[in-house]
Design a protein around this ligand. Structure first.
Ligand code: SAH
Length: 224
């Protein structure tokens, strides 16, 4: 029936528009500072909904979601460890483990979220055992963000980073920069073609100087 056909066409056009908006917002998040990201979502709350829907669709196509790997990792370790989830999204980690989890994001997708810029989280220095960035190393001020993770981590605490594989231009330079920021490499898993999973331990406070090798490419999701 023509009515059914035009409804289907309309739905397809709407889907295309949402997908285009997702890719646009995604690009903005990767090319602006975290302070600018705060303003982006404050000025356009709908943008956040569109972004998250698009993000979940993209990762849903991967054979494995890195957040599940992080949950498995935490379940193997004592539940007494305090966790900070930077850029927590829908708080899957907090909802899946028994640990105390501080969940930080720009907009509350869940009542468990503490709304803040992850470059400045409301936690005391050396108060956290595990800091997590799961697909959340966004923003042009990565160094500031990782320095904040270093500040809240206890000496010897764990930093877990899951990030889109294609974002790494120079993995060696990235690891060197992480060492300069006080993070010692514990394990690296490059086995997934979709994401890298890196574990570090906090060895020292960051050295106060720019780390050039920290640069990651913006993640460009495919047009569907
Ligand atoms: N970790 C979640 C969500 C990843 S999407 C998961 O793996 O499912 C990246 C998240 O980082 C988004 O929710 C986005 O809002 C958040 N984010 C980006 N920049 C941020 C910032 N400056 N401060 C806090 N959260 C930020």
């Amino acid at each position: 029936a023509p009515a059914g056909r035009s409804a289907a066409l309309r739905a397809r056009m709407e889907e295309r528009l949402l997908s285009a908006r997702f890719r646009y917002i995604n690009q903005q998040l990767y090319t602006s500072s975290s302070q600018e990201a705060v303003k982006l979502f404050q000025n356009d709350p709908e943008a956040f909904q569109i972004y998250h829907r698009g993000f979940a669709q993209q990762v849903g196509r991967w054979p494995e979601n890195p957040v599940d790997r992080i949950i498995r990792y935490l379940r193997r370790r004592p539940a007494s460890l305090v966790v900070a989830d930077f850029g927590c999204g829908d708080c899957k980690i907090a909802n899946s483990v028994r640990n105390k989890v501080h969940s930080f994001d720009l907009v509350p997708l869940s009542p468990l979220v503490t709304v803040c810029d992850m470059a400045k989280v409301p936690l005391a220095a050396e108060s956290v055992d595990v800091a997590v960035f799961c697909l959340a190393l966004m923003g042009t001020n990565l160094q500031e963000i990782l320095e904040e993770a270093n500040r809240v981590l206890k000496q010897g605490g764990t930093l877990l980073v899951a990030e889109v594989a294609s974002r790494f231009e120079d993995t060696r330079a990235f690891m060197t920069a992480m060492a300069q920021l006080g993070f010692k490499s514990v394990s690296k898993d490059f086995s997934s073609p979709f994401f890298f999973l890196l574990e570090f331990s906090k060895a020292a406070p960051p050295r106060p100087r720019p780390c050039a090798g920290l640069r990651l490419r913006p993640c460009r999701y495919k047009r569907r």
